[in-house]
Design a protein around this ligand. Sequence first.
Ligand code: ADP
Length: 467
Amino acid sequence: MRLLFAASEVVPFSKTGGLADVVGALPRVLAARGHEVVVVSPWYAALRGDAAPLWIGDVPVPFDGGFEGVGVGALEADGVRFLFVGHPDYRRDRPYGYDDDVRRFARFVRAVPAVGDRVGFRPDLVHVHDWHAAYLPLVLKHGWHLPDGWPGLPSVLTIHNLQHQGVSDLEATIHWLRLPRDVRATGMQHFGTANALQAGLDLADRVTTVSPTYAREIATVEHGHGLDGTIRHLNAKVQGILNGIDTEAWDPRTDAALPQRYGPEDAGAGKAAAAEAIRRELHLEPGRPILGSIGRLAEQKGIDLLLDAVPELLAQGWSLALLGAGDAELEDRARRAAADRPGRIGVRIGYDEKLGRRIYAASSAFAIPSRFEPCGLTQLIAMRYGAIPVGRATGGLVDTIAPGRTGFLFTDATPQALAVATAQAMQALDDGSAAALRHEGMTSDPGWERSAEAYERVYRRALEGDT
Ligand code: ADP
């Protein structure tokens, strides 16, 4: 199949979270399985990765009542073609977090067909990710000025996080996207506003979310973020497919960020060396097992529960190693916790890939106290690096952590419930049963092959028009 992915971030070029890991990994696996895959993402100012895209020209994009030019960047890696949409809109400090985000990504969506056409690529199907790209199915069905062969292309939407929906003014958004006025009657409209994610839900041929449990949860008021009614209505075309991780990129046997590499058979020594390194880096006392946590500092991630549980966690004997960035208040709270308990709590605010890798390796256990978690990748990476995950029983954490076999789960979103589960992990360290849990986690297969097969089935159903 000829597949076009459209997403706001993709590893190794850009990343703020798990979306980038998925869009970095899945296309490579699909390409290796014989598909032709093109990935389109914005050309951010701070593009990372070993190779820079080659600018191959400008293309006119139908946008905001007229046509505006965008630059096209291209490069190829691991059998996948990556295309980048260049515009001053994306040459800012961060990928998003701006008042005009919906407009910026409306431009991106409108640029995708023009950019694909520029390199002569006409997909059989487009696969769009999260709200940033979710207007593409609507544009393909109703938009003016599409290249030949693009109108009506089948599409699949993957929801990596239902909380962020891309809400904006309805009339303005119709104008930006150059759509006929009657699209007001589609799922684009949500109580008088424009909602990108709901437009995608309505207009995509198939919808996936990143775990089976999350697929069920988002049909409930508690986890539906206002779209649960829509999801219940469209239930027949929504399904969950669990994320994998890139097992080459995340492998303690080859990870250059670690002081000593290790596999399941010699994890003890490798993890001890990593723990030593982290104790030095974060000024932690020697000897205590490390409870790690890495992630966006957002209400979703329940980092406040972890901070509220500090007295119990320290009493249980843990040292804490936290890495994250996001909400300013949570950043302050984390910094204060470290300042109050030097030697026992090490906090690094910021995004630091290499430090993250060392924390995964250094941790005996790893906390994921999320209030909701569509899939979650940190528990998968933690397991691969021999850290026992302690997660809240929600979303993908339920589907990936086997209580008592690979990790521990707790149900209530309270510091007390978290502390009960970390106590179980500490007990496992004390009585030696942790070794079996760690081994099971390190040797279970979190790879992408099974999920790639499931996506292929979804693509076939979308192509057959079977909704
Ligand atoms: P999200 O909801 O943010 O997508 P996931 O668990 O799906 O959460 O993915 C998070 C990814 O981002 C993981 O690869 C994790 O290691 C990485 N990550 C998150 N925050 C940081 C940080 N501050 N520094 C380094 N890596 C981070």
